[in-house]
Write a protein that binds this ligand. Sequence first.
Ligand code: B12
Length: 307
Amino acid sequence: MLLKIEARRLGFELCGVAEAVEAPHLREYAAWLDKGYHGEMGYLREHLPIKAHPRALLPGVRSVIAVGLNYNQPNPPRPGRPRIARYALGRDYHRVLRGKLKKLAAWIEANHPGSECRACVDSAPVFERDYARLAGLGWFGKNTMLINSQRGSWFFIGLLLTTVEFHPDEAAVGACGTCRRCIDACPTGAIVFEEGRWQVDARHCISYLTIEHPGELPRPTGEWTFGCDVCQEVCPFNHPRPRAPLRAQVTEEPDFLAQREWPSLVELAELSYERWDHLTRGSAVRRTGIEGLRRNAGANLKNSDAS
Ligand code: B12
């Protein structure tokens, strides 16, 4: 399909199409919110009604194109330095994905005059993983990550809603089997089995605590300064096998490889506004704000003293 060739040309390793159907797991999402698992991410509740159908974002939408972009790269811990999750090491992924999705949208609109598209990356009120699953990109692992059997889970998801009707792909099928490495490795026990499915209680997830949680940290966050990768690092689907050599491949996206040199934890814990502003410009790390970054670095220092 020409669409997939164009997506690949733009750098997306994965591309599939889902029909623009009702959100398949709205009820499960509402149940997760009702338990308060979203913590202080109040916007997730506000998004609930809009998430019911992608037509709330694009009237007349007929297809949802899902793309995946690999962000994996080695990320060994360095003593005294901040530990930043792989997804935030390079240039802010929102910008990178949105830029590419806009090019894909321009290609579609040129080939289908009068059509409309809307790009969604992370912050739009749409279930990215659910539509990506329907489009064949991957299936839900116990850590709730979307896992692609050939490539693992180190990929971002982007959606392009479009009024053009493209031929849909088959939904992805797969399962973790009896493996429970992510559950056992999660430092805070954030992955829980309730109502017959695995869920992340964000209030315990180090990723949530270091990125989204305002104010004091209610529990230790270990060595993690921004985000957390433990449940993906231990996942067997993220380790190459002879029959699955694409797993854990390093990203080909130069913007993700362009890492910045972060100051020591001691310096980060007392960062000035000017330095923070310069350091985090164009980086996803900016999301936690200067207070959050100082707080997280201070907590890392305390945690390393304690160990
Ligand atoms: C809120 C959010 C978070 C929260 C909550 C995480 C969570 N697990 O829900 C926090 C801050 C903790 C977080 C952390 C991370 N996030 Co985040 N996050 C999101 C966001 C904005 C919404 C996700 C959401 O709605 N969660 C609510 C819960 C209820 O959803 P869920 O667990 O996915 O549950 C669904 C399934 O269980 C399914 N379901 C229910 N029942 C059933 C039954 C069957 C049979 C099936 C098949 C499915 C199914 O329906 C539910 C609702 O969609 C999305 C972007 C987006 N707009 O979708 C990114 C997103 C999920 N995050 C992403 C990433 C990369 C991360 C981190 C790896 C970052 C990091 N290194 O720190 C971690 C991973 C932690 C983890 N194990 O989830 C990527 C995931 C890519 C992928 N391959 O899966 C996304 C898609 C962003 C993107 N554009 O790429 N995230």
